[in-house]
Design a protein around this ligand. Sequence first.
Ligand code: F6R
Length: 613
Amino acid sequence: MCGIVGVYLRQDACLPILVAGLRVLEYRGYDSVGVGVLQGPEVVVRKRAGRIEELEKALGQGDLSDASIGIGHSRWATHGAPTDDNAHPHTDVAGRVAVVHNGIIENYLEMRRELEEKGVVLSSETDTEIIAHLIAEELDCGVALDQAVHRALGRLQGYYALAVLIGGDRPQLVCARKGPPICVTATEQGAFLASDALALLPHGREIVFLEDGDVAVLAPASITVRDADGRVVERPARRIDWDAQASDKGGWPHYMLKEIHEQADVVGRCSKGRVNLARGAVELGGRGFTDHELRKIARVQFLACGTALHAALVGRYMLEGLAGIASDVDFASEFRYRQPVLSPQTLAIGVSQSGETADTLAALRLAKELGCSQLAICNSIGSSMVREADSSILIEAGPEIGVASTKAFIGMLVAVYLFAIRAGRARGVLSEKAARGRLEELHKVRPYVERLYGEDMSARVEGLARRHVKAKGFLFIGRGVNYPIALEGALKLKEISYKHAEGYPAGEMKHGPIAMIEPEMTTVVLASNDAVASKVRQNIEQVRARGGPVICVGSDAESMAVADEAVEVPEVGPWLSPLLNVIPLQLFSYFIARELGCDIDKPRNLAKSVTVE
Ligand code: F6R
């Protein structure tokens, strides 16, 4: 989704920094891009529909090369088509103020009408443009920019992260937050802002995340933050130790492939320092729950979207099986508009890579209002979910750039597994010995994960993808803990290859989907050697009896023997097979999408972090 960058340098040129920052944010998905810089006292805006290369053409041959203060934006259209006019920054009529914005202004139609009645001619269809006009109105009353921003924001309803640039004799750079994230860092050379900490890492590792209602004024070596009441406040800086190379492709053809190959490391990082094998214990640290609190949990309500929801579905099996806690999973987007009935003894667990997904955040806030305690299982250290929840477990996947989530999914599975063992021990469901056994199984998984994307396996899955790329459609089926993996396999395939794919619990097949079976429909069956293996075998037979080709993924040798083709996956403990089975499915989607020439890291219509509804 949209990205914001901003910089105020003591002397050097800011444009290369703005463009480099926008490039870092490209992975989030966008359809137009722009910058606003100060040339002397003048605000100069250049913006284009399309990719950064289009903007670079518009920037021409260095006529703005002496500008040292500026803002930039990559837009993912919500109000108005992705055109040059609708791209950010937007300015007021006099061109004194430039604004870039992430989020949604809910009362923008009303504000638009009010401005038009005063004779203001708007030049775009966006909700953002009105912010520039409102700030200009406040400036006309003679207040300083941060106050003008504060007062203008007071007239708006909705959610925003924004950066504002003002020209004239006293140039200023201001940013504000209510909802979507914005973070800042300062050095002797300058001050920097961005909607994503990744874009700040080349400039500093001590990052300050603004809180809701904050307005910050930036200048070289200086950041002054005021809270919603206008008081100057100190916001703590968090150190981000992500490897600067981690957001680089590092020689891989696609981020998705690179991230698939990082999954063994994610298992290692997510378990590191949290597993005490000798004591059969999990130590999660931070603002964790006490044993007493864990014993009081009557129910868990998982809330998530997309791939994170699939991790939550696996989590339900883990929490029920390992900790004896009744668990539900809901689409965050559904939960927030139901009238959910939750007792205060319910623990709401939000699962999210970004920690900023609007629906998951809203669902967690609703659970909080209902009196539930909340846990965020998340990849982003300074994210809204981590800051707002009572407790959090970071999945330590490192930056995930490919739009299709892969390594974060593995991290989520490990984190929920650890939490389930921690809760199982606290509640007396798991003995020390049993917990140790489960932790040893996790330890064994790591080399298996690595093997599953090794050369042999990749070549095998690539061959399968070539043979099946022309299939009319794909059905993914699984049972028990591998049912969510069937959903995940289908989601991965559709999002990056645009092939029609459906995920189903295998037992549901005969209640409808079996009608789709024919020679052009490929069925991918998750078949681990577990308690439901014989049932899954029956499903394979049913598909084959109707002429449908079957690819079997898993550790059940008998299923593999009856399938047309198979990908053998090592056998592991009962809750861990999803960690392995998902990897061939990720590779399968990758190779199909590559065969079809799709834009794998930036699939059409998708954004990395969905911060609007
Ligand atoms: C799929 C994918 C999305 C996200 C979903 C939730 O590959 O990336 O389905 O999983 O948008 O995002 P987070 O995890 O950031 O809440």
